[in-house]
Every structure is written in structure tokens, then in C-alpha cells.
Design a protein around this ligand. Structure first.
Ligand code: SF4
Length: 326
């Protein structure tokens, strides 16, 4: 299989990951009329630490997963084309795209290829070639792989600008039900390590100019919305806890897109990805991050979900007429 065939498979497999703010636009060049295309394989848009919008090559190192998460197209029991980049192939491809001005950086994730450590080693070697052989200075966002050795996660953070660990589902019960190879502790461990190392790195840089830089653009996470019965209240409480404990830059919400039928998943027939719910969660997330709201002010056990027709801020106001016109 040549490298462009691998790219097709591995860029397509990466499209479900929302944690790099993919634009989601799919617009071709319209039969030769006009210029430009918004659906070039694997190119997405993200925001760097200083707020610039940058285009990234968004791709997996491998989609040959040894885990079997029910909701995922890459799970081991799904019959689909598999591919794995060698580190050299992926580093060369990134540099070629960069030189042609297609991209300004790389968003690198991976399925669990053989084991978390093996996967991490492959990703690490890709980043090493980019940073140490090609002296690539562009933006790199890399996924940490839960279960990998902490020393490998540390090395990834020294090459990357931003890191993320996917929390995947809003509760431990949901993980047990849909992602039996994963568990909450294994996901939170690298998140805690990354938080600690970012903190130490910032502290070190204040005192020594040549201190090591560890993921200077911070860390983020994403969770899938609508594949389980978890309420908006649970999701907001979890997000609030993650912001407070790990100082995440963002929690991304990804509306569940059905890729298969399974008794543990919502029925596919007539199912539509809960995009409005995803939108309401982002609105509420904004209230948490920038307006000092707490999850308990927006929802509670008696009203565990946002109103689909009213945005969370207006809903908050309507429930507090005594404070009008604040
Ligand atoms: S670990 Fe689970 S979610 Fe990740 S690629 Fe493998 S099957 Fe998919």
C-alpha cells in the first residue's frame, strides 16, 4: 500500500475526533469552476495558543486498533481497511505538505496499535524525526495514549505544542458499557501528569531561559455526546471538574455519529446526531469558562438537561425573575 492510500484511510479515520476544532466543512471545487477546496484529505483548522487560526494535517498513526470500543469505526471487530504509517512515512508526508504550504502543523492521534507503549513509541519517533531531523518548528497537537508509560508521555510533551487525552464518555458506567478496554483512572492518570508537567515547565521557564518546554499550548479533551444516557448535568459537572483540577484549555463535545448497530448503542434507524445538544453544551461551557458560572447554577438533579429551544443563559434568567433586569 503506498503512502497516499494510507493517508486516505488514516485521515478518514481521524475525522471523528473533534478536539482540534475541525471546521467540518465539506465543499469541493465545483466541477472545475472556481478555485480551492475545503475537503482536502485530512486538513482541519485549529487555533494556536496566540489565537491564530492554523491549518493542520489531521491524521492517525494507525487505525489497526487492538481495543473494541463499541461506538468506534476503528475497533478491532469492525471489518474495514487498516493502515499504519511508519514514523518516517508520516514525518516525510508532513514535511512535504508543509513545504507546499498546504498545512502549518500536525494533529496526530492513533488507534491502539499492538499496545499503548508501542503506539506511543511510533508517534514519538514521528515527532522526533520532525523536530530533530527536519527541525520542524510548526504547531503539533498530539494525543497521549492512556496506559502508556509515563516516560513516553513525557517525551511526547517535549515535542508537542498541545496535548490531549480523550475522556471519551461522561461516566465510568458508560465506559464500562461501551469501551471495556478503557477505564477512568487510566484516562485521568496521563491528564494529571500532563497538567503537572505543564505547571513545572512554566515555573522552570520563569527561572531559567533554557528550561524544557512541555506542551506550552496546554491540554484539552473531548467526550462523545448522545451515545449513552448521561445527562447534560453530568457532562457539565464533569467538565467543570476537569477545568478546575487539570486546568484544561478546552473540553470538546462531539455529537455521537452512529457507525454501527449494537444493543448497547442508540438504535440507528431514524437517529440523528444530537448537534443542537452539542451546541447547547458549548454555550454552557462558555458560561463556565468566561462568565464565572457554576454547573449547579445552570442545571440540577430535577432539571438535568438543557432546554432545546432556549439557550442556557436565557434559561438561567427566566428561572430567576426576582433578579430582573440584571
Ligand atoms: S481505542 Fe477505542 S476509540 Fe480509540 S481507536 Fe481503538 S476502538 Fe476506537
Amino acid at each position: 500500500m503506498d503512502v497516499y492510500e494510507k493517508l486516505k484511510i488514516l485521515a478518514d479515520a481521524a475525522k471523528y475526533d473533534a478536539s482540534c476544532s475541525s471546521s467540518g466543512v465539506d465543499r469541493s471545487e465545483n466541477d472545475g469552476v472556481g478555485i480551492g477546496t475545503a475537503c482536502a484529505a485530512g486538513i482541519c483548522h485549529s487555533f494556536s495558543a496566540d489565537g491564530r487560526c492554523i491549518s493542520l494535517l489531521k491524521v492517525l498513526q494507525s487505525n489497526a486498533c487492538c481495543y473494541d470500543c463499541t461506538y468506534c469505526t476503528n475497533r478491532r471487530s469492525n471489518d474495514r481497511p487498516r493502515a499504519t504509517f511508519t514514523p518516517r512515512e508520516l514525518a516525510d508526508l508532513t514535511i512535504q505538505f508543509y513545504r507546499r504550504n498546504y498545512i502549518e502543523g500536525l494533529f496526530l492521534s492513533s488507534a491502539v496499535w499492538r499496545s499503548p507503549d508501542d503506539t506511543c513509541l511510533q508517534m514519538l519517533e514521528t515527532l522526533r524525526i520532525l523536530r530533530k531531523e527536519y527541525y520542524f518548528r510548526g504547531y503539533i497537537h498530539v494525543k497521549a495514549i492512556p496506559g502508556a508509560d509515563a516516560r513516553l508521555t513525557h517525551q511526547l510533551g517535549l515535542f508537542a505544542d498541545r496535548m490531549s487525552v480523550n475522556i471519551e464518555l461522561p461516566s465510568e458506567q458508560s465506559l464500562l458499557r461501551l469501551a471495556p478496554d478503557k477505564n477512568k483512572q487510566a484516562i485521568l492518570r496521563p491528564m494529571g501528569q500532563i497538567h503537572e508537567e505543564i505547571h513545572q515547565s512554566k515555573h522552570g521557564l520563569v527561572r531559567y531561559r533554557h528550561a524544557e518546554r512541555f506542551a506550552p499550548a496546554g491540554q484539552s479533551t473531548q467526550m462523545i455526546i448522545g451515545a449513552t444516557n448521561d445527562s447534560d448535568y453530568q457532562i457539565m459537572k464533569l467538565s467543570e471538574g476537569l477545568y478546575q483540577k487539570y486546568q484544561l484549555k478546552r473540553v470538546y463535545f462531539s455529537a455521537y455519529i452512529p457507525v454501527m448497530s449494537h444493543p448497547n448503542l442508540p438504535a440507528r434507524e431514524g437517529f440523528r446526531p444530537p448537534l443542537l445538544r452539542e451546541h447547547r453544551l458549548y454555550q454552557a461551557d462558555w458560561l463556565l469558562r468566561f462568565y464565572g458560572f457554576q454547573a449547579d447554577e445552570l442545571l440540577d438533579a430535577e432539571h438535568p438537561n438543557f432546554h432545546p429551544l432556549i439557550d442556557p443563559k436565557a434559561n438561567w434568567a427566566l428561572n430567576r425573575p426576582a433578579l430582573f433586569p440584571v
